[in-house]
Design a protein around this ligand. Structure first.
Ligand code: GAL
Length: 383
C-alpha cells in the first residue's frame, strides 16, 4: 500500500515551498496534495505527430488527466530533439507540477530533468525509458522484451516454422529473412531486437532461416527515428544487393508498423505481392507493432502478416495513475523494480502485457475492445 508522507516530511516540504516562493518565483511543486486538481498543471511531452500511435497516446493521456480535473499542456516535438528540450523547458517555466515524457532520444533531456528535479517536479517516463539521469521517478510501459519475443514468434508463425505458441511444426525451410530494428537512441529498440532474436536465433543456427544479406547486428538493422522512408530505402538496398540472383525474401522482422509500411512499399515496388497469397512473388511474412490503423487494414487485406497490440488507453491510465500518486504525495504502484536500469539507477516501472494480432484476431482483439470500429479497419483510417 502507498503511504502518505509523514508529518515531518510535510513540514519539510512546506518549508521548501516557502523558500521557493521567496526565491525562485516559479510555480510551487510541493504540497500539491492539498491543492485543487484544477490548480495543478501537468506537462505531457510526446515525440511526434507523424505517427498515429503517439497522437492516440497524447490524446488519451490528455483526456484522462482532464477527467481527473487537472490542467494539461500537451506538446508534440516533431521528432526534433531541440524542440522537445525547449518544450519541456517551457513547461517547467510555466509552472508544471508534474511531467509525463515520451523521449525522442532517451539521453538528450538531462538538463531539463535537472531543472525539474531542482523544483521538485516529478517526472514520469512514458513508454520509452529516459536514460543516464537520476531525475526520472517512474516508468510506465509494456513488457518490451516480451514484445520482441512475440515479434519473433509471429515471424516464425508467418513462415509456418512454428505455431502461434512457438511450437515447431517440423517445417525447416530454408527461408530467406531480413531483420529490421528501431532507433538506437530509443531504449526500447534493444529490448525488441533482443527479445526477437532470442526466439529467432536458434532457427538461424540450425539453417531453417537464412539472413541472406548477412546483416544480423542491431547496428546494421537499426532505423534512425523509426522512419518509414529510411526503412523503405534500406529494404530497397537489401533487394538490390542480396536478391538480384532470382532468390526471394520470405520473411521480414519489423519492430514497428511504420517501418513495416516502408518495407512493404519497397517490396511491392520490386514486384512482390500485393498480398501474401499473390503469385509469382508473394509478399513475405512481415511483423509489426502498435496496431496502427493503416497497418491493421494491411493485415485485414492479407498484405502485412501481424502486429503487436499495445493498448495505449491502458498505458495512459498508468501514466495518469502515477502522476496522480505523485501529486497526492504518494508513491505510484510498480510491478517491476529490476529490469529498467537507465545507466544511473533502476527506475521503478509499471509494465503492461501485449498481444499479437494476426488477421483472425482483428475482430476479437481490436474491434470487440472498441480500440477501432469495423468501419475504421475497412477504411484504414481512424476518426
Ligand atoms: C517505441 C515504442 C513502439 C513504437 C516505436 C516507434 O518506443 O515502444 O511502440 O511506437 O517507438 O514509435
Amino acid at each position: 500500500m502507498n503511504k502518505k508522507l509523514g508529518l515531518t516530511a510535510l513540514g519539510a516540504s512546506l518549508a521548501l515551498t516557502l523558500a521557493a516562493c521567496g526565491g525562485e518565483g516559479a510555480g510551487s511543486n510541493t504540497n500539491t496534495a492539498d491543492a485543487d486538481p484544477s490548480d495543478l498543471s501537468i506537462g505531457v511531452s510526446m515525440p511526434t505527430e507523424t505517427s498515429e500511435r503517439w497522437i492516440a497516446d497524447g490524446e488519451n493521456v490528455e483526456s484522462q488527466l482532464e477527467e481527473a480535473g487537472y490542467t494539461v499542456d500537451l506538446q508534440f516535438a516533431g521528432d526534433d530533439i531541440p524542440t522537445q528540450a525547449q518544450q519541456i523547458d517551457q513547461m517547467i517555466v510555466e509552472g508544471a507540477d508534474a511531467l509525463i515524457v515520451a523521449a525522442i532520444d532517451g539521453t538528450a533531456l538531462s538538463s531539463q530533468l535537472q531543472a525539474a528535479a531542482d523544483q521538485g517536479i516529478p517526472v514520469i517516463s512514458y513508454d520509452r525509458l529516459i536514460r543516464e539521469t537520476e531525475n526520472v521517478d517512474f516508468y510506465v510501459s509494456f513488457d518490451n522484451f516480451r514484445v520482441g519475443e512475440a515479434q519473433g514468434t509471429a515471424l516464425l508463425t508467418g513462415l509456418g516454422v512454428t505455431d502461434e505458441e512457438g511450437n515447431p511444426t517440423g517445417v525447416t525451410g530454408p527461408f530467406n529473412i531480413e531483420l529490421f530494428a528501431g532507433s538506437l537512441d530509443d531504449n526500447n529498440a534493444g529490448f525488441f531486437f533482443d527479445g526477437a532474436m532470442s526466439v529467432i536465433q536458434p532457427y538461424i543456427d540450425n539453417g531453417t532461416l537464412v539472413v541472406k544479406s548477412g546483416q544480423t547486428s542491431i547496428e546494421q538493422a537499426a532505423t534512425l527515428r523509426w522512419s518509414q522512408e529510411t526503412a523503405q530505402r534500406r529494404m530497397e538496398d537489401l533487394l538490390t544487393s542480396s536478391y538480384n540472383d532470382g532468390s526471394v525474401v520470405n520473411g521480414v522482422l519489423s519492430p514497428y508498423d511504420g517501418i513495416s509500411r516502408g518495407i512493404i512499399t519497397a517490396l511491392q515496388n520490386a514486384g512482390y505481392g500485393p498480398t501474401q497469397d499473390a503469385q509469382p512473388r508473394p509478399m513475405p511474412a512481415i511483423t509489426g507493432q502498435d496496431a496502427e490503423i493503416a497497418s491493421v487494414k494491411l493485415i485485414a487485406d492479407g498484405v502485412q502478416d501481424s502486429t503487436i497490440f499495445k493498448d495505449t488507453r491502458l498505458l495512459a491510465e498508468q501514466a495518469v495513475a502515477a502522476a496522480t500518486a505523485y501529486l497526492e504525495e504518494e508513491e505510484p504502484e510498480a510491478n517491476d523494480t529490476e529490469t529498467y536500469d537507465n545507466g544511473v539507477k533502476v527506475v521503478p516501472a509499471y509494465l503492461l502485457p501485449v498481444e499479437t494480432v494476426y488477421q483472425d484476431d482483428i475482430e476479437s482483439v481490436l474491434i470487440e475492445s472498441e480500440y477501432y470500429t469495423a468501419e475504421e479497419v475497412a477504411a484504414g483510417q481512424s476518426d
